[in-house]
Design a protein around this ligand. Structure first.
Ligand code: C2E
Ligand code: MG
Ligand code: MG
Ligand code: MG
Length: 284
């Protein structure tokens, strides 16, 4: 009995593997089609300065509107895009589109773009950035690249060379999901990042966890000493924002300020949060 059970389990396992492989293959084909037909959209989520009490920029977050399956989360297709190499054309579209959108925003508002590891190591990235900035007429300092610690896996020297190369273009560089990778501190020594984005996992625990407070405080103290800005991700509660302010964090991003919004809603959000130029002067 045990033997036949084992056998049927094996068949079941094999069948579900086939099923899984088929689903993956279909998603891959769909992703290729989405690239060719332009089924992507960018949403933008505000980055809010607690010290200046105003929006400083927006993070561009990709959305895939699948013709049959509806919206698919980037968490579900970016890894596949990385594996298949489709991240290169997708990432290029994101950079172009983000620059084009940001060019229509007020001059003090920047745009942040996520760069995945394979895209980062692509030799065409710098060229794509230069061309996108020029086509949009966007000054380089208004573009921020969000990279994760995983780009340091492998050839660290080469990674540092790439980072310095991008920096000479005049763009800003943020370290995303900070605290979730390995030996983060050594990277801080080897490259002058403009911003650390403290991962949501630390922020979420702030309410009831003394060690989360200690970690956030350590990060903001270290970053301040190094002249790096800090931003906390995933801020959903007023109490969390108050705690972050007390711990010396500079910026917040999260549903408390706003969910990611379509491009068409950005101007109204800036107006609402930062006011018009005349209004701002009148109240200052
Ligand atoms: P990320 O770069 O860390 O982006 C932050 C994620 O947190 C976004 O999820 C955002 O919608 C979500 N978020 C923001 N505030 C809150 C909050 O208060 N609570 C909670 N629970 N979540 C919040 P999203 O848009 O689903 O993106 C997930 C990840 O997919 C991103 O993480 C990023 O790694 C990747 N991604 C998104 N767009 C792009 C892109 O254009 N290119 C690349 N390479 N990756 C992208
Ligand atoms: Mg990000
Ligand atoms: Mg992040
Ligand atoms: Mg994240």
């Amino acid at each position: 009995r045990a033997k036949s059970e084992g056998k049927s389990t094996y068949h079941f396992f094999e069948a579900s593997l086939d099923e899984e492989a088929r689903r993956r293959r279909q998603l891959e084909l769909d992703l290729g089609q989405a690239v060719r037909e332009g089924h992507f959209e960018l949403h933008f989520q505000p980055l809010y300065s607690m010290t200046q009490q105003r929006l400083k920029g927006f993070e561009a977050l990709i959305r895939w509107n699948h013709p049959e399956r509806g919206r698919i989360s980037p968490a579900d297709f970016i890894p596949l895009a990385e594996e298949t190499g489709l991240i290169i054309p997708i990432g290029e579209w994101v950079i172009r589109q983000a620059c084009a959108q940001a060019a229509s925003w007020p001059g003090d508002i920047s745009v942040a773009v996520n760069i995945s590891p394979r895209q980062f190591s692509s030799p065409v990235l710098a060229q794509t950035i230069v061309q996108s900035l020029a086509a949009a007429g966007l000054p380089a300092h208004r573009l921020e690249l969000e990279i994760t610690e995983s780009i340091f896996i492998g050839n660290v020297e080469r990674t540092l060379g790439m980072l310095h190369g991008l920096r000479t273009l005049g763009v800003r560089i943020a370290l995303d999901d900070f605290g979730t990778g390995y030996s983060s501190l050594s990277y801080l020594r080897s490259f002058p990042f403009d911003k650390l984005k403290i991962d949501q996992s630390f922020v979420r625990d702030l309410g009831n966890d003394a060690s989360a407070h200690a970690i956030i405080r350590a990060i903001t103290t270290l970053a301040a000493a190094l002249g790096i800005e800090t931003l906390a991700e995933g801020v959903e509660l007023e109490a969390t924002m108050d705690a972050l302010r007390r711990e010396g964090c500079d910026l917040v991003q999260g549903y408390l300020i706003s969910r990611p919004v379509p491009a068409g809603a950005v101007a109204a959000l800036v107006q609402q949060m930062n006011g018009g130029g005349a209004l701002r002067r009148a109240s200052a």
